[in-house]
Ligand binder design. Structure first.
Ligand SMILES: Nc1nc2c(c(=O)[nH]1)N[C@H]1C(S)=C(S)[C@@H](COP(=O)(O)OP(=O)(O)OC[C@H]3O[C@@H](n4cnc5c(N)ncnc54)[C@H](O)[C@@H]3O)O[C@H]1N2
Ligand code: MOO
Length: 393
């Protein structure tokens, strides 16, 4: 059995790096990974901009100035001021070339066409210099960035309408089990509702992966083999849940073997997710996740998500890790590495109740996974623990 660090390294080493790029409208670019550095075509700001409503002055050694005009945001006039002259100016308006400071109106006494300032202002005060944020030709967004709302705002401020991004993977989810019944149907004794398909689809969607599909199959060797063979050729990533353990009706491993999936690893020294499988067939990456919903979701965040980010060429693939003090004592059950659903609150982290692999409920309150190494035993309040931040929380 391999350790968790090796497992993640193997996933990232063998994960396919996509090379298909395309142009997307900026408004549709959320969650895509930028495939080429995006350069600005303009200086931003494009001109010296007033940061305040007030007066732009051509400084001289007195406190009284003559107001000779006005510049509003959007105006394109550039009045020439002589020493001792001022213009009324508003936030966002172009500061006249001949003005060398802006005084906010609260610091000024108005007397007819004269203003009296309280104290002598500093040169360039309240003026946003031209190109302060970025110069024309400068890199606005680096290749490898996952586009978030703020990036769309910044690129829109530079006048851009399209960017080149990496193709997203198509992801197939295959859920296995005779006991599974679709929500909404009546439930007989021995059956449970199928939830991994809906959960993984929704989590993929939250992360920007919309090209997904779900197939439900029964615990039958031939069906498992045929469905998996058919699915592998059509998708970049295949996530199977259930049927990866050692039971007589766990056919996923045997089916992978029969259809030529190359096993990279099977079983990781961790809880949850011990029976995790990862393999490849040509360009397709294949995960066998445990059927237990909370185990499947942990493995998804820890191993599948980084693989999806690698596929897109993202510069940040793994969940961010921080070290935080535990807010209460915790006794570890078992000797494997632990990924525990947890909530960061204030300056510390609390391990939540309901850690069973079968119970997904605690994930609803979790914004992190506390990661404890093998043989952790007793962890005391105040002790620092490695904490993985869950995305979109
Ligand atoms: N003798 C052993 N038995 C088990 C071991 C072991 O090492 N030796 N490992 C246990 C661990 S740990 C896990 S995790 C599970 C993994 O089993 P499978 O991946 O084969 O999953 P299943 O047996 O098919 O299902 C497990 C559990 O999850 C429920 N399930 C499955 N699919 C779904 C779904 N789509 N939606 C909702 N719930 C689902 C299923 O009904 C089971 O309760 O193996 C242990 N056993
Ligand atoms: O390894 Mo399993 O995922 O704990 O229940």
């Amino acid at each position: 059995m391999i350790d968790t660090t090796t497992a993640l390294e193997l996933v990232l080493r063998h994960g396919t790096l996509n090379t298909e790029f395309f142009e997307v409208d900026l408004k549709d670019a959320l969650d895509y990974v930028v495939a080429k550095d995006v350069a600005s075509r303009i200086d931003m700001p494009p001109f010296r901009q007033s940061a305040m409503d007030g007066y732009a002055l051509h400084l001289y050694d007195d406190f009284t100035y003559t107001v000779v005009g006005e510049v509003q945001a959007g105006d394109n006039n550039d009045p020439t001021l002589r020493k001792g002259e001022a213009v009324r100016i508003f936030t966002g308006a172009p500061v006249p070339t001949s003005a060398n400071t802006v005084v906010m109106q609260e610091r000024v006494t108005v007397d007819g066409n004269k203003i009296i300032i309280e104290e002598s202002p500093k040169v360039n005060m309240n003026i946003r210099p031209k190109a302060e944020q970025i110069k024309a030709g400068g890199v606005a967004i680096n290749k490898g960035t996952t586009i978030k709302g703020v990036h769309i705002g910044f690129l829109a401020s530079l006048g851009l309408t399209k960017i080149t991004v990496s193709k997203k993977p198509s992801v197939a989810i295959v859920v296995t089990g005779n006991e599974l019944v679709a929500p909404g149907m009546p439930l007989s004794y021995g059956e449970i509702y199928e939830s991994n398909g809906a959960m993984l689809t929704a989590v993929l969607n939250e992360l920007g992966y919309k090209n997904t599909s779900v197939v439900t199959i029964r615990d039958d060797y031939d069906t498992t083999k045929n469905v998996l063979r058919d699915t592998l050729g059509k998708h970049d990533v295949v996530i199977v849940t259930g049927g990866v353990s050692v039971g007589d009706y766990d056919f996923v491993g045997k089916a992978f073997n029969a259809i030529g999936v190359h096993e990279i690893f099977y079983k990781v020294r961790q809880k949850p997710g011990k029976p995790l499988f990862f393999g490849k067939k040509e360009g397709t990456s294949i995960f066998g996740l445990p059927g237990n919903p909370a185990a499947a979701l942990s493995c998804f965040y820890i191993y599948v998500y980084p693989l999806l980010k690698k596929y897109e060429g993202a510069d940040h693939m793994n969940l961010p890790i921080i070290s935080l003090p535990l807010l209460s004592d915790y006794t570890v059950k078992g000797t494997q590495a632990q990924f525990l659903k947890a909530r960061i609150e204030g300056a510390g982290v609390t391990i939540l109740g309901g850690q069973s692999s079968a119970m997904v409920r605690a994930f609803g309150d979790a914004n992190a996974l506390v990661c404890l190494p093998v043989n952790s035993m007793e962890i005391r309040k105040g002790q620092n623990v490695k904490t993985l931040l869950l995305p979109t929380k």
